[in-house]
Design a protein around this ligand. Structure first.
Ligand SMILES: *Cc1c(COP(=O)(O)O)cnc(C)c1O
Length: 394
C-alpha cells in the first residue's frame, strides 16, 4: 500500500468490508452502537477498548472518509466536521486559548474572517491580518504570543498564491502552527503537509463533494493536534459530520483526481481565452505566465485549480451584464461543482467588506469570478461570449 499512488489510495484506502462483502462502502446511519455486555460498554467508554460508541464522535462511514482524506493529505489523523466553518472553529478551539495571537492572511474566505474577528475575539484570542503574498509583513507581524498562522492558497477570488514552505519555516521558528485551508487545490493539486504545514482544513462542501450536494468539513494533521485536541472539541461540542454526508464525500474522493485535473485543464484554457478577449481588462489565474506568483504556483501546485476571476472593461453594470447574459452557467457563490458557476464577488461574497477596503484589496466592482465546471469548454465560452461581445458593441 505504501507504493500506491494517490489515485489508487483515493479509491482503495480506508475501508473494511462488512460480513455482507459489499463492493461499494456501506452507510451506517445509526446514532449509537450496542455492546455485548456491561463490561464491553465500560471498556469502550473509557477508551480502554477500541470501537464505536456514539456517532457524535465514532461512526464507521465517517471514519472511512477520515481515513481516506488523512492518507491523501499525508496527515496522521483526520477529523470530519459538519461544515468547513465548523472545521475551522474546532481547529481554533482545540489549539488556541485566551491570550494567544492568531495571525491570518487578509485574503481568506469572508465568513472565516467574521469567525476570527467577531467570535474568537470575544473569547480573548487576539487576531491580526497581513497581505497574503507579503513575506516581510508575515515576519514582522509575529508576536511573542503568536500560536497559529492561517491562510488559503490560492486565495478567493484573486488567486493570490502564498509560499507554504516559507510560512512553515516562519511558524516553526516561533513554535506556532501553520494551518492551510486547502479547499481550492485539494490534495490532488497541492499537499501542504508535505510542504511543511502542520494542519490542513477542508470545506468538503466544495471539490471533495464535487457535485454541490452536502455540507461538510475536515481537519487533518498530527495525532496530538488533530487526533486528540481537535477530535476532543468535536466529541464534546458536536459539530459532527453525518454518515450520509460522509458517504457522499467518500464517493467524491474516488473521482477527485480525475475531476481536479479536468477542472484545472478547463480553467487554464478558459483563462487563456479570456486574456485574449478585447472586453476583458485582466485575468487572475495561477496557471497564466502573467500571474505575479506563477512560478511559485507551478512549483507548489500540480495545476492552477478550477477557480479564476477577471475584470471586464467597465463598471459594475458591465460585470453584471456579462453574468446576466449567461444562459446555463449557475449564478451562485458556491464553487467546486461540475456545474460552472459565475458570481460577482463585490456584491455577494464580499458585500460585508467596507467598500474602500474591498477595492483596496482588489475586489473591484468590475470583477467576475468563475468556478470552472466540467461542461464542454466551447459551450462555456459561448455562454460568456454573449455578454462580453455585447460590451464591445456598446
Ligand atoms: C466555503 C469555504 C469555507 C466554508 O465551508 P462551509 O462548508 O461552507 O462551511 C471555508 N473555506 C473556504 C476557502 C471556502 O471556500
Amino acid at each position: 500500500m505504501e507504493n500506491w499512488s494517490l489515485d489508487t489510495l483515493a479509491i482503495r484506502m480506508g475501508y473494511e468490508r462488512t460480513h455482507e462483502q459489499e463492493n461499494s462502502e456501506a452507510i451506517f446511519p445509526t446514532s449509537s452502537f450496542v455492546y455485548r455486555s456491561a463490561q464491553e460498554a465500560a471498556q469502550r467508554f473509557s477508551g480502554e477498548a477500541p470501537g464505536n460508541v456514539y456517532s457524535r464522535f465514532t461512526n464507521p462511514t465517517v471514519r472511512t472518509f477520515e481515513n481516506k482524506l488523512a492518507v491523501l493529505e499525508g496527515g496522521e489523523a483526520c477529523v470530519a466536521t459538519a461544515s468547513g466553518m465548523s472545521a475551522i472553529l474546532a481547529c481554533c478551539m482545540g489549539l488556541l486559548k485566551a491570550g494567544d495571537h492568531l495571525l491570518s492572511s487578509s485574503s481568506i474566505f469572508g465568513t472565516t474572517k467574521v469567525l476570527f474577528t467577531k467570535y474568537l475575539a470575544n473569547f480573548g484570542i487576539e487576531v491580526s491580518f497581513v497581505a497574503q503574498t507579503d513575506q516581510q509583513a508575515w515576519s514582522a507581524a509575529i508576536q511573542p504570543n503568536t500560536k497559529m498562522l492561517f491562510l488559503e492558497t490560492p486565495s478567493n477570488p484573486l488567486t493570490e498564491v502564498a509560499d507554504i514552505g516559507f510560512l512553515a519555516g516562519l511558524a516553526k521558528q516561533h513554535q506556532a502552527l501553520l494551518v492551510v485551508d486547502n479547499c481550492f487545490c485539494t490534495p490532488i493539486l497541492q499537499r501542504p503537509i508535505a510542504l511543511g504545514a502542520d494542519i490542513v482544513i477542508h470545506s468538503a462542501t466544495k471539490f471533495l463533494d464535487g457535485q454541490g450536494r452536502c455540507l461538510g468539513g475536515a481537519v487533518v494533521g498530527s495525532h496530538e493536534a488533530v487526533g486528540e485536541a481537535v477530535r476532543g472539541v468535536i466529541r464534546t461540542a458536536g459539530p459532527s459530520m453525518s454518515p450520509f454526508n460522509a458517504w457522499v464525500f467518500l464517493k467524491g474522493l474516488e473521482t477527485l483526481s480525475l475531476r481536479m485535473k479536468a477542472h484545472s485543464a478547463a480553467a487554464q484554457s478558459l483563462a487563456e481565452w479570456l486574456s485574449e478577449h478585447p472586453a476583458v481588462e485582466q485575468v487572475f489565474y495561477p496557471g497564466l505566465t502573467s500571474h505575479p506568483q506563477h512560478e511559485l504556483a507551478m512549483r507548489q501546485q500540480s495545476g492552477g485549480g478550477g477557480l479564476l476571476s477577471f475584470r471586464v472593461k467597465g463598471d459594475q453594470a458591465a460585470a453584471w451584464s456579462v453574468i446576466d447574459a449567461t444562459q446555463f452557467l449557475s449564478i451562485t457563490a458556491n464553487l467546486g461543482d461540475v456545474k460552472t458557476s459565475i458570481t460577482h464577488p463585490a456584491t455577494t461574497t464580499h458585500c460585508r467588506v467596507e467598500p474602500a477596503q474591498r477595492i483596496a484589496t482588489g475586489i473591484t466592482d468590475n470583477l467576475v469570478r468563475i468556478s470552472v465546471g466540467l461542461e464542454d469548454l466551447e459551450d462555456i465560452k459561448a455562454d460568456l461570449s454573449r455578454g462580453l461581445d455585447a460590451l464591445l458593441a456598446k
